[in-house]
Design a protein around this ligand. Structure first.
Ligand code: PLP
Length: 375
């Protein structure tokens, strides 16, 4: 595809950072299996363990808490499958890798509702926990992939623990986009992903708090201290850690926030009916979920794409299709408005020019409101 492109879909996948690329290229030079005892094996092992140290440091945990996986989807699946709680409670806005993994068990699955901003109703969650004396596995994401809304995970962790439950935090969108330590969230386990922070695809991690024992999802050799079999993808892990080391510094976050805030204020100034979802809720600095009433999201996406701009509607993780967002539905957003919702997510590579180009294209779309060709 020729022409200038503006990529504003970092919550789907963030472009590979140069630091991650360099770390991967260096790792590719080392051949061997991290489990082998010879020189080559030890060299690969050193790459993996250095990466583990770096990621552990970012999360304020001991290196042994970090279990490398192929993705955060795998980490979420492992947390659910690896523990035996008779019931599972997930928030109404969780990612499919939590929801479908919970549904795939034979256990009771309950949904903790959210308010109009998409924030978990902690009292309702406490009611659900109190309904049954059996301890629950509770999964709540630190920040939502579609709206960027942050959950009060520390408070939720206290409530879950007061009821003897296990608290799992899907921190995929929050990791390296602000403070995100295991202790601060109160999580017993946490999932993170490389490609959301400018690392490569194919690497993620399950973080397991001290004293928590989980069955592996993938059985085989003794890799990852018998918690995840399979030869480690050393180059991807090295790239993941290199991205984690540099991602989310103050300068980067402030720059991204200023660009996102500008995008939102200019969007609100358009001569068209605009909604910015969860505008006043605590949110990630890089995300905005917005709708222009009367402009269908599928049409908006195509039109922006033709102008060289990549954004997504709702969650673009799997389907490539425009489906109704379960997140906006859970927030009580009417279907007609949800059908217009697009997600714009900024990241390390976003520039002021990207926002200029997006606003010019969005402005043309807004100009169509009320015209019959606005799909
Ligand atoms: N959890 C959340 C909140 C996500 O946004 C995503 C991906 O979009 C995932 C989990 C899955 O991550 P991965 O692509 O590493 O499997």
């Amino acid at each position: 595809m020729g022409g200038e492109r503006t990529y504003l879909d970092h919550n789907a996948s963030s472009p590979l950072r140069p630091e991650a690329r360099a770390a991967m290229l260096a790792a590719f030079e080392v051949s061997g299996n991290a489990s082998s005892v010879h020189h080559e094996g030890r060299a690969v092992r050193a790459i993996v363990e250095r990466a583990r140290d770096l990621i552990a440091a970012r999360l304020g945990v001991e290196p042994r808490a970090v279990v490398f996986t192929s993705s955060a989807s795998e980490a979420n699946n492992q947390a659910i499958a690896g523990l035996d709680h008779r019931r599972i409670i997930v928030s109404a806005v969780e990612h499919a890798s939590i929801v479908h993994a919970a549904e795939a068990t034979a256990r009771k699955v309950q949904i903790a509702p959210v308010d109009g901003d998409g924030v978990v109703d902690v009292d309702r969650l406490a009611d659900l926990l109190g309904e049954d004396s059996a301890p629950a596995f509770v999964a709540v994401m630190a920040a939502n992939n579609e709206t960027g809304v942050r959950q009060p995970v520390a408070e939720i962790g206290q409530v879950v623990h007061a009821h003897g439950g296990h608290f799992h935090v899907d921190a995929v969108q929050a990791f390296a986009r602000g403070a995100c330590s295991l202790a601060a969230t109160g999580a017993d386990s946490m999932a993170i992903s490389s490609h959301k922070i400018g690392g490569p695809h194919g690497a993620g991690a399950l973080i397991v708090a001290e004293g928590v024992r989980m069955r592996p999802l993938i059985h085989g050799g003794g890799q990852e201290a018998y918690r995840r079999a399979g030869t480690e993808n050393a180059a991807a892990i090295a790239g993941f850690a290199a991205a984690a080391e540099v991602a989310g510094g103050d300068e980067e976050r402030n720059r991204i926030k200023a660009l996102r805030d500008r995008l939102e204020s200019e969007t609100e100034a358009l001569a068209a009916p605009v909604t910015i979802f969860a505008r006043n809720a605590p949110r990630l600095d890089n995300t905005t979920c917005l709708a222009i009433t009367g402009i269908d999201a599928a049409f908006a996406l195509m039109s922006l794409d033709l102008d060289g701009i990549a954004v997504s509607s709702g969650s673009a993780c799997s389907s490539g299709k425009v489906e109704r967002s379960h997140v906006l539905t859970a927030m009580g957003v009417p279907d007609a408005l949800a059908a217009s919702a697009i997600r714009v997510s900024l990241g390390w590579s976003t520039t002021a020019r990207d926002i200029d180009r997006f606003m010019a294209s969005l402005g043309r779309l807004a100009g169509r409101v009320g015209r019959s060709d606005a799909a």
